[in-house]
Write a protein that binds this ligand. Structure first.
Ligand SMILES: C[S@@+](CC[C@H](N)C(=O)[O-])C[C@H]1O[C@@H](n2cnc3c(N)ncnc32)[C@H](O)[C@@H]1O
Length: 824
């Protein structure tokens, strides 16, 4: 073993002290005070623990000090690599994972409740400071029913073990602490042994759902170390926790332990009492107990109806529908009609929430057959029929939907329109969507409301930093979307679960099998994680991206799960669509997507023929081909081989780098030109600079190989120059620039017949002679109208709705500039 000389030793000691000091200093600057975690690390570094880690920290600190200094100077710099808390977390997680085999099977240390509760507050403090989540090696949820499992005591647990075939029967004690997508609490068993539990995808309502001093089951417990290194029972799949009272059957002899003996009628009164106090979980459990206690006849109907109301309040729509229908009488007693009306209303409302509109219509009609003037029923039927029309014709009132959106109300009440597409197999791409009929330019291909959508202003952990131990990948992940999807799937219809679980994802889990145990659909949280990683859309905050300031129209897409430092800082509004997720990628797409609240609208960017595959761009073609391919491989595990990728791929790095530099320069100038349009249009030297940049950029694309293909990065400067020419009343140059811009977007403008529709004025096919310019100069009024219509169509195709086009018209009008269109 190599030995160190005393001076080397002193030197290293001094270095350690210095690094520990800088680490504490850094945290002081970053958070106002060093966190308890940092203090622990500083101490570890000082004592010489983790010498390899110290080197990483040292490099990171140099990087961080550069950032801090830049920040103080008011400069903006991009962080290179993870920050210090991230490094600390990654290091500890890796360390924990690598030590699993040596810990596996060790007996657990006995603990009493005081020990556990004290440890819990320590954990809570650490978790609050840096709420990272470690995605562990996937393991399956328990699919076995309670009765088939064998009871195990806390004292029998061994570390790093999934206790398959076993079950814990424990009571919750003390407080519930929520941190990001998990809750922490303590449990105790019959022997007075206690342990901490880390429950994922449960929120603070856990405290009400599992009240303290109430027994519940943990199926096949997994005893491990928490994210922070404390011993815990980790429950990743919420269906592994079963509350015996809210379960439909009398599950086990054990469960009767906590049962207070009451008659069904008494349980119903208890339930009503809780409902009045808005303690819905307790009310639900009391009603369940009433059913289990043998409620019969009218009492049974009353309890089921009340339970349906609780389910609706708690968002348990599938259960609400079942309970409401169970509450409908056989019709023999006229005195029960009014109550049946209520039951049907609850069943129709639950079906509406489940987006089963035909079923909702059926129940509403049954309600109205009993009470034809019932106002609630009539209102609901009207809404349901509007949805059914949307399903049939896709005639959503997008303008109205956009107008109604707000931060408080970012979701829309619409039905999906999918009948223009059909799912099928796409060669080399898995499943895909295909046009079931011709769709014209700008036409709606499909419209779908998200199964789940989370908006950054609604949840602190809309994007949480996660460390995936499988990939050794640290990333921003839409954790709130993950949690709400896992929760939603437990409350929705089996068809909806199958639709989601059949989506592509790395971890297959239960695949699309519908598994039910103890009255619940079993959901594999790891499978849902990977489905979200491959399918969710991250939607940027609208006001920041839309010039028109239409609140809900969201255009730019950043794929969920991108690992760039920049993307990690994007406040994530995220959504999961079970049907639109089937659309595959192409850098030469025929569809573009926009978001209206939590709905996605796909429109045709050219005429699409029946049978053609619908394709949109996951990564924008404006991104360099090498970066595009890296992202595609990293996030979705494929590489696009479209013509554009092939052409760009054949170009040298040198030409692409040169182009990227000009694109950046031209982009900055274009921003400047459009922000100060009036001044810029009067400064010839600025305009000439723009023209020179445009020419330089154009020269980087060899026309023979790019013929008919889009030229990424050109349109920005072209649009800016076209606007400038318009302001300067140089209409011929303006038109030429617009036509060129279309060409660079892969669209050719043609004018092949009088009275052509907007769609006919554009063709995706290369090689059409462009006579647009000459024709336009004839000041032909009809043609001008056609072009105006074309402008509107293109605007709608790219923006999703007309909203905002008036503002552009007004801006042009207000500037005193004629658009060159002759007026009456
Ligand atoms: C959002 S899903 C699209 C639906 C998917 N094809 C399916 O079968 O469920 C994304 C996955 O589709 C596949 N995919 C999408 N576009 C592709 C393309 N251009 N080439 C190859 N595979 C593609 C990849 O497997 C990717 O992970």
């Amino acid at each position: 073993m190599p030995t160190q000389s005393p001076s080397q030793h002193d030197q290293q000691d001094a270095q350690r002290r210095e690094i520990a000091h800088s680490l504490t200093g850094y945290m002081q600057k970053r958070m106002g005070k060093p966190t308890s975690e940092t203090k622990v690390y500083a101490e570890r570094i000082r004592s010489g623990e983790h010498d390899d880690f110290m080197r990483r920290i040292s490099i990171a600190l140099q990087e961080q000090s550069r950032l801090i200094l830049a920040d103080l100077e008011g400069e903006s710099v991009d962080a290179q690599g993870p920050d210090i808390p991230t490094l600390l977390f990654m290091h500890d997680t890796d360390h924990r994972v690598s030590s699993v085999p040596s810990r596996r099977g060790q007996r657990r240390t006995a603990k009493d409740p005081e020990n556990v509760l004290a440890g819990l507050s320590q954990q809570a403090a650490a978790a609050r400071e840096d709420p990272f989540v470690a995605i562990s090696e996937p393991y399956g949820p328990c699919v076995a029913p309670l009765e088939s499992l064998e009871v195990i005591k806390l004292s029998e647990l061994t570390t790093e073990t999934h206790h398959r075939g076993k079950i814990l029967f424990v009571e919750r004690i003390g407080i519930v602490i929520q941190s990001s997508i998990r809750t922490l609490c303590a449990i105790k068993d019959d022997d007075g042994e206690a342990e901490a539990v880390e429950l994922y995808h449960r929120d603070a309502s856990l405290a009400e759902d599992l009240p303290s001093e109430t027994f519940f089951f943990i199926k096949e417990p997994y005893f491990t170390l928490s994210t922070r290194g404390f011993p815990v029972i980790r429950v990743d799949h919420p269906t592994d926790v079963v509350n015996p009272d809210s379960s439909p059957k009398g599950l086990s002899k054990l469960a009767s332990k906590q049962q207070v003996s009451r008659t069904a009628s008494e349980w119903k009164d208890v339930g009503n009492g809780f409902f009045a106090k808005q303690e819905y979980f307790k009310a639900g459990r009391a009603y369940q107990s009433a059913l289990k206690a043998g409620a019969e006849g009218k009492l049974r109907l009353d309890v089921s109806r009340n339970l349906a109301r609780v389910d609706l309040t708690l968002g348990r729509h599938e259960q609400a529908r079942v309970n409401a229908i169970n509450a409908v009488s056989d019709g023999s007693d006229p005195a029960l009609v009014a109550l049946d009306v209520k039951a049907y209303f609850r069943a129709a409302s639950a079906s509406y929430q489940l987006r089963d509109f035909p079923q909702s219509e059926e129940y509403s009609m049954k309600l109205l057959a009993l009470a034809s003037h019932d106002e609630d029923g009539l209102r609901l039927l009207e809404r349901v029929r509007a949805r059914l029309r949307e399903i049939k014709d896709g005639e959503h009132d997008f303008q109205q939907l956009v107008k109604r959106l707000s931060r408080q109300q970012p979701r829309v009440d619409i039905a999906d329109f999918t009948k223009r597409t059909v799912a099928g197999t796409s060669k080399g791409r898995g499943r895909g969507l295909f046009a079931a009929e011709d769709v014209s330019l700008g036409g709606v291909i499909l419209c779908e409301k998200a199964l789940c959508a989370t908006f950054e202003w609604e949840s602190e952990n809309s994007s949480t930093k996660t460390y995936d131990v499988r990939l050794k990948k640290f990333d921003g992940f839409p954790a709130a979307l993950w949690m709400s999807t896992v929760q939603k799937l437990q409350q929705t219809s089996p068809q909806c679960i199958t639709q989601v679980t059949s989506l592509t994802g790395r971890h297959q889990g239960l695949a699309s099998k519908a598994v039910v145990a103890d009255g619940s659909h079993i959901i594999d949280a790891f499978q849902i994680h990977d489905i979200i990683a491959a399918n969710a859309f991250a939607i940027p905050t609208p006001a920041k991206t839309q010039k028109t300031e239409a609140f809900g129209v969201m255009k730019t897409i950043v794929p969920a799960g991108t690992d760039s430092a920049k993307a990690m800082n994007i406040p994530d509004n995220c959504a999961l669509f079970s049907y639109a997720s089937l659309v595959n990628h192409s850098c030469l797409p025929n569809a573009t997507r926009v978001f209206i609240g939590d709905a996605i609208v796909l429109r045709a960017t050219r005429a699409i023929r029946k049978g053609e595959e619908i394709l949109h761009s996951y990564v924008m073609p404006t991104v360099d081909v090498a970066v595009r391919h890296t992202r595609m491989e990293l996030i979705w595990g494929f590489r696009c081989d479209c013509t554009l990728c092939k052409v760009e791929g054949r170009e040298s790095d040198d030409i692409r780098q040169r182009r990227a530099a000009v694109v950046e320069e031209a982009g900055k100038l274009a921003d400047d030109l459009t922000t100060h349009l009036v001044e810029a249009s009067q400064r010839s030297e600025v305009v000439r600079r723009g023209e020179r940049l445009h020419a330089r950029l154009k020269a980087t694309f060899k026309s023979e190989i790019y013929d008919g293909l889009p030229r990424a990065g050109m349109s920005h400067i072209q649009a800016a120059l076209a606007q400038i020419y318009c302001f300067r009343k140089e209409y011929t140059r303006c038109r030429t620039m617009i036509i060129e811009a279309f060409d660079c977007l892969g669209w050719t403008l043609i004018l092949h017949k009088a009275g052509a529709t907007a769609a006919e004025l554009m063709s995706p096919k290369p090689g059409h002679e462009t006579r647009f310019c000459e024709e336009m100069s004839k000041k032909d009024r009809k043609l001008a109208e056609q072009v105006r219509e074309l402008a509107r169509t293109v605007y709608v195709a790219l923006n999703g709705v007309e909203y905002g086009i008036g503002k552009i018209d007004a801006d042009l009008g207000a500037s005193g500039t004629s658009t060159g269109i002759p007026t009456r």
